[in-house]
Design a binder for this molecule. Structure first.
Ligand code: AMP
Length: 175
């Protein structure tokens, strides 16, 4: 657990609905030292992996995903919610507690042989990241690391992502 960074995360109870404690990263993002430190730790974890593309999950995964891509000399690929990407794309639908959700990627965003770092702000149940992994692999990319700022360990998201190099900077063992 990176306690120094953890102190920049704001808990917002009952957002976006009752019973959820939202982990707000805007309080970390607005602090220049915390922002630099976070990028630098994520970069150190990924720099020797020969990464050619960083894929970020909408929308908070775009922030550090973009910063990391630039530092790694890699390209950046957005994985987006439905009907946002303009060109030819593929979709993946996954289960939520109530209902389903879908994410999409441009067909030409990844080429076979790409070594991909997948990034999102937070790992909860792992459903979103698992769907993103499927999209990348369908296009022939190899997911060489999956990184998160925050991991809600008690939700066991790692189970769904077994076999992958999973990194997280701030871990919560309980709500
Ligand atoms: P999951 O698919 O359950 O791993 O959920 C991960 C996605 O939902 C990430 O894109 C997160 O941004 C978002 N998310 C889930 N739970 C929270 C939470 N408690 N606080 C902030 N974001 C969350």
């Amino acid at each position: 657990m990176n306690n120094e960074l953890a102190s920049f995360i704001r808990d917002v109870p009952d957002f976006p609905k009752k019973g959820i404690i939202f982990k707000d990263i805007t309080t970390l993002l607005k602090n220049p030292e915390a922002l630099t430190k976070t990028v630098s730790i994520l970069y150190e974890l990924a720099k020797d992996k020969g990464i050619s593309k960083v894929a970020g999950i909408e929308s908070r995964g775009f922030i550090f995903g973009g910063l990391l891509a630039e530092k790694l000399n890699a390209g950046f690929v957005p994985i987006r919610k439905p009907n946002k990407l303009p060109a030819e794309k593929i979709s993946e639908t996954y289960a939520l507690e109530y209902g389903t959700d879908t994410i999409e990627i441009h067909k030409d965003a990844i080429i076979p042989g790409d070594r991909v770092l997948l990034h999102d702000d937070l790992l909860a149940t792992g459903g979103t990241a698992q769907a993103a992994v499927k999209l990348i692999e369908k296009l022939g990319g190899e997911v060489v690391q999956i990184s998160f700022l925050i991991e809600l360990v008690f939700l066991n998201g790692r189970e769904l992502l077994k076999g992958y190099d999973i990194q997280s900077l701030i871990k919560y063992d309980a709500e």
